[in-house]
Design a protein. Structure first.
Length: 149
């Protein structure tokens, strides 16, 4: 079910969440079984940032290859390990100062990572969710909508 009358700044994010996370027939969910969790995190983050029109590609000589307006908002799945962890760390760092919501299936690992990020001055929120299940995706979307306000 699509959110009713969302604020204009949330339409792209909510549309992506509803179209690609909640519907198992979507291209992304069909590829989930063969996609590593890290790649899924990158995919979700890329879609979110592109939809928000906040991902700006810069010249090839730039140190990082892309920039974000400071204090942007991002959702990263699988943020406690591997590529997902690196993405959360980079986005929440003092360089970007993003507000980040991440999720993991493991509550203990999630709590530990969120605590470490907060000790570094990062604005990170953790949600226990399993995006490989429909119930998990539904719960995550509900939490994201509540978090975004």
């Amino acid at each position: 079910h699509q959110p009713s009358n969302p604020s204009p700044r949330l339409i792209p994010c909510r549309w992506i969440l509803h179209q690609h996370l909640l519907h198992p027939s979507s291209t992304m969910m069909k590829g989930l079984a063969t996609t590593s969790k890290g790649c899924l995190s990158v995919f979700l983050l890329s879609w979110f940032l592109l939809a928000q029109q906040q991902l700006h590609f810069v010249g090839a000589n730039a140190d990082f290859g892309w920039t974000l307006p400071t204090k942007s908002t991002a959702v990263v799945t699988g943020g406690t390990k591997g590529i997902g962890h690196a993405i959360v760390s980079e986005l929440a760092s003092s360089r970007h100062q993003c507000k980040v919501l991440t999720c993991s299936r493991n509550a203990d690992e999630l709590e530990q990572c969120v605590q470490e990020w907060k000790e570094q001055g990062c604005d990170v929120v953790g949600i226990v969710a399993d995006v490989s299940t429909e119930d998990g995706r539904t719960e995550l979307v509900t939490e994201i909508e509540a978090w975004l306000g």
